[in-house]
Design a protein around this ligand. Sequence first.
Ligand SMILES: Cc1cc2nc3c(=O)[nH]c(=O)nc-3n(C[C@H](O)[C@H](O)[C@H](O)COP(=O)(O)O)c2cc1C
Length: 322
Amino acid sequence: MKLNKLKIGKTQTPGNLLLAPMADVTNLAFRLLCRQNGADLTYTEMISADALLNENRKSHLKGLSSPEDRPFGIQLLGNSPEKLREAALFIEDEYRPELIDVNMGCPAQRITGTGCGSALLNSGKLVYGIISELTDALKTPITAKIRILEREEETLEIAHLIEKAGASALTVHGRRAEQMYSGSSDFKTIKAVKQELSIPVIANGDIRDEESAESALDFTGCDGLMIGRAAMGNPFVFKRIRHYLETGEKLEIDMQARQLEDFKNYVALLEEYGLCSSTNLRTHAHWFTKGLRGSRQIREKVNNLKDGKALIELINNSYQVK
Ligand SMILES: Cc1cc2nc3c(=O)[nH]c(=O)nc-3n(C[C@H](O)[C@H](O)[C@H](O)COP(=O)(O)O)c2cc1C
C-alpha cells in the first residue's frame, strides 16, 4: 500500500494523487471527470491576476467551479505581490477554494516576457515577497509550483524561501524552464527538495503510469504526485495508478470502451456546465479518441456539430455504443 493520505493546510485527502493545472485542459468538467476517476485534489488552469482585476473578470471566471468540485486549488499567475494579493482576496471571497497556488513554472515566452511564471525564479526576493504577501493577507493556504533551476543549491534556496514565507505545500516539476518539455524530469533534485523541507512536497513531471508513479514515490519520498499530460484524454490514469498503489496489481480493462465512456461523460459535463463553446472540442476529441479506429472522422466532423448532445450522438454512431 503506497497510496498515502495528504494534508495541505486543513485539507486532508484520502490519497495523494493530484491533477496538474493545465491551460485549456483542466476546466471544471475535466476536473470533475478526473475526480470521478480518483484524483484527490485538482487545480484550475492558471488565471492571470491582471485579468481578474480588470472589469471583464466575470468572463474569465465563467463556469470556474461548482460545489461538487472539492477539494480544489485555483492557480494564479502574476508578478506583483500587491496585485496577486488583491486577486487572491477576490478569489477567496468568491470561490472559497481549499488552496490558492502561485504559478512559478510556466516557461512560455509570452508569460516569462512579462516577468511571470518561471521568470519569477530569477529573484528569490520577489518569490519570498509574493508568498509572504499572500500568506499574511489570506486565510486560504497558499501553495507554489516551481520548475527546478540550473544548480540544485539554487532550487533548494528558492524552495526554502517559499517555505519560510509561509507556503503550505510546494510542487516541483523536475525540468528547467529552458527545457520546456524536453529531456526527462529530474527526480534527484525533487528528492533533495523533499529532504530539505518540512511542508508537503509534490513531485511532478513524467508520471504517466503505474510504474512511473510507484518509482517516483519510492525514489523521492514525496508526499504526493501531480499528473499532467498523462491525464489529457485519459482521466482513467488516476484509477489505474490508484488501484496499483493500493493493491500492487494492475487493473484489467477494455481501454477502448473506457475511453469512449470517459469521452461521453466529459462532453455531458461540458454541456451541463455550459462549457462547450469555450472548449476546443476538436483538440479534446483528439486526446480522448487517441488510438481508436475512426478517430479521424470524429475530429473532422466535430467542428460542424451544434452542441455536446450532437457530439455524444456522433460518438455513439461511430462506435455503435449505447
Ligand atoms: C497543455 C498544458 C498546459 C499547462 N498549463 C499549466 C498551467 O496553467 N499552470 C502550470 O503551473 N503548469 C501548466 N502546465 C504544466 C503542467 O502542470 C505540468 O507541470 C507539466 O505538464 C509536467 O507534468 P507532466 O509530465 O505530468 O505533464 C501545462 C502543461 C501542459 C501540457
